[in-house]
Structure formats: structure tokens, C-alpha cells
Design a protein around this ligand. Structure first.
Ligand code: KG4
Ligand code: ZN
Length: 353
């Protein structure tokens, strides 16, 4: 079965071909980052128009890469939501029109399910069940994943998503949109303990998170530096702020994931979404252990290793491969297919098992 995957929920047009026997056979991406950078954020109308321009050439590029023809496609999967309404409609219209012309099924895919399953695209795949940390520009959620379509939300950010906090903080520091990745690179040269930012909700005894206060703490620090320097942030100071900010986000995500692993009893953690590309998060999680609290009078429990999986870097941020793959899983499981409509707001908990 050859499944064409179409991703157009935000500012990346992703197209890919997934073969249920051979795996991923083609993958093409166009990022609109440079186009939106001029405006300091995504301009939805421009995003929709650009998706329309890119979908046909990217699809033909994929067919060429895979040495396949339109007639070889067995199903067309597309991101139905959540995302920008117009951008989603561009992908949905294209997917439905193509599937209709080919007489093949169309499979609507939930964008976050795509992210969630993307680590399964790697050679070394996680086995179910696992805890999944979804950290993107729009979502920060911790889920219990027991199988395809079997997702339980354990906790999430009550305000900004972690990626959003990265981007907003980067903007505060004068970095171009979307500054998350650049902030993370500058953090490499930041000195430890030059700044210290709060770890919001670290001790909330649940799996809820909050990142908007952290951004405000950075704003206060930036204003203080501005007052001292007459409006400029020296390079080293900026890097120090980047480091302290990143350390705070990673600390919160680590503590919450550790708690989710203890609560569920699972010892596998899967990280997906754009912030999953973050080097500090990868570094910290690669050494992650959990220790079950020992009962009174019992010997101290030993730390237990956790197996942590990240999607290959290319599939961390938005891409068509994860949509083609999730579509193939849904087709394989003979799930209900079809649907032209898009769902800009669509909680993952609403998708059918
Ligand atoms: O999953 P994604 O491509 O799109 C959404 O569905 O949101 O995630 C994009 C987010 C952006 O906020 C971006 O700044 C962030 O992921 N991001 C990073 C890094 N690379 C991308 N954040 C921190 N460190 C990175 N290396
Ligand atoms: Zn995404």
C-alpha cells in the first residue's frame, strides 16, 4: 500500500510517500519561514496561498523520488486539523481532489497523532505502551499511548506551549521569527547561573504545566539589562538569558515526564513535536531515570533506566512523512475514512480509537 501524506496545517508544506512494505520512500518539504519572518509571525492568508502553490510540485517531486506514478498511490492522507483554517483547506482540497480523481480513499489525519507516531518512522522504534511528550509551537501535552488511536491526555500546559514560549522569548531578545531553534543554539554559549528563572508549576503534584510566567520573568530581566545598558543586550548576557530560559523549560518538562512515567508505570518515553529538536532536551532525556519512592522501612529504591525515543530530526518539526505514516496506520487498521471538512480546533482526545 502506497500512501501519499499531505501536511499543510501551518507554515510548512510537507508531502511524503509511505509504503507499508518498504517504509518511507519519498519526503519533500517547503518551509515558509523566510516569507513570514518579514512579518514577525505566520500570516494565515499568505500561508494558504503558498500551500496552494507548493502542493503539486512537491507531490510530483515525491513521485519522482520514489520512482512512482499517480496511479501507484493507494490512498491520500491529509492533516484535517488542528491548525489554520485556510491552510488546512488548501491541503484538504488538494488531497480530496486527487483521491477523487484517482478513485482512491482519502484519510483525514489528526496533526498531533502524526507527531505522536513520528518516532515509529525511525529504525529503532518504541514499543507500546509509552508516555508521549508532545512539545510543539501550539501544544505541550503529556499522553499515555497504549496503541494506535489509544491516547489518554495526562497533562498539558495551561497557557503558552513550550515552543510558543521559546519563540516569544526569542522575539524579546531580538531574534528573528521563529526564534526557538536560534535561542537554543545561543544557549550553548550561555554561562550557568548567570540568571535564574522560575520553574512554574514544578511542584503542582499533577502533570499540568505553565510557561507564560517564565516569558514574563525573561521580560523583567531584559528590562533590567536595558535599564543598565541604555537599551542594548550584550551578546554574552543574551546567551546567558537563553541558557537560563532553556534550563528552566527543560527542568519542568523533565520533572513532569518523570512523574508521568512513575504514575503510569511505563518505562518508555517518546518525544515528538518541534521542541523535540532541542539539544538540551535530548541531552537531558538521554540520561533520564526514575526512582519509585520506597515505602517506610524498606531499602532505598534504585533508579530505573527509561528508554527515550526521539523522531529523526527531520520529522520533529511539521512534515508530510508523519501524516503519510499515520494515514497508513489508519488505513491498515481499516478505520473509517473520508471527509473534506477541516477541524482547526480539534482535541486529540476526540479522535476515534
Ligand atoms: O511541531 P512544529 O514544527 O509545529 C507546530 O505544530 O507547532 O513546532 C514548531 C516549534 C516552534 O515553536 C519552534 O520554535 C520550536 O518548535 N523549535 C524549537 C527548536 N526547533 C524548533 N524549540 C526549541 N529548540 C529547538 N531546537
Ligand atoms: Zn506540528
Amino acid at each position: 500500500m502506497l500512501v501519499l501524506g499531505i501536511e499543510s496545517s501551518c507554515d510548512e508544506t510537507g508531502v511524503a510517500l509511505y509504503d507499508s512494505e518498504r517504509g518511507l520512500v519519498a519526503h519533500q518539504l517547503h518551509t515558509q519561514m523566510a516569507m513570514h519572518a518579514e512579518y514577525g509571525g505566520v500570516v494565515p492568508e499568505l500561508a494558504s496561498r503558498d500551500h496552494i502553490r507548493r502542493l503539486v510540485p512537491l507531490t510530483e517531486g515525491c513521485l519522482c523520488e520514489a520512482g512512482a506514478d499517480y496511479g501507484d498511490i493507494d490512498a491520500v492522507a491529509f492533516t484535517q486539523g488542528p491548525g489554520l483554517g485556510g491552510a488546512l483547506l488548501a491541503g484538504s482540497s488538494f488531497a480530496n481532489a486527487l483521491a477523487f480523481a484517482l478513485g482512491k480513499p482519502v484519510i483525514p489525519v489528526h496533526h498531533l497523532e502524526g507527531h505522536l507516531l513520528s518516532p515509529l518512522l525511525a529504525d529503532d522504534k518504541p514499543a507500546f505502551p509509552f508516555v508521549a511528550l508532545l512539545v510543539s509551537g501550539g501544544h505541550t501535552q503529556i499522553m499515555a499511548v497504549r496503541g494506535i488511536g489509544d491516547y489518554t491526555l495526562l497533562g498539558e500546559s495551561v497557557d503558552d506551549a513550550a515552543g510558543e514560549a521559546f519563540d516569544k522569548t526569542a522575539k524579546l531578545l531580538g531574534l528573528p521569527y521563529p526564534g526557538g531553534a536560534q535561542l537554543s543554539e545561543l544557549a550553548r554559549s550561555g554561562r550557568p547561573d548567570a540568571f535564574s528563572f522560575p520553574r512554574p508549576m514544578l511542584h503542582s503534584h499533577d502533570l499540568q504545566m505553565s510557561f507564560s510566567g517564565l516569558k514574563t520573568a525573561v521580560l523583567t530581566a531584559v528590562e533590567k539589562v536595558h535599564a543598565e545598558t541604555g537599551g542594548i543586550i550584550p551578546g554574552q548576557t543574551r546567551n546567558d538569558i537563553c541558557r537560563a530560559f532553556q534550563d528552566a523549560v527543560v527542568d519542568v518538562l523533565t520533572a513532569k515526564c518523570r512523574k508521568a512515567l512513575l504514575d503510569t508505570g511505563f518505562r518508555t518515553l517518546v518525544v515528538a513535536g518541534g521542541v523535540g529538536a532541542n539539544w538540551k532536551l535530548r541531552d537531558t532525556f538521554s540520561r533520564l531515570t526514575v526512582t519509585v519512592p520506597s515505602e517506610k522501612g524498606r531499602a532505598k529504591a534504585q533508579p530505573e533506566a527509561v528508554k527515550v525515543y526521539f523522531p529523526p530530526l527531520a520529522y520533529c518539526t511539521d512534515n508530510g512523512a508523519m501524516i503519510a505514516f499515520a494515514g497508513a496506520m489508519r488505513l491498515h487498521e481499516q478505520r473509517e475514512a473520508g471527509g473534506f471538512n477541516v477541524k482547526p480546533r480539534w482535541p486529540l482526545s476526540e479522535i476515534v480509537k
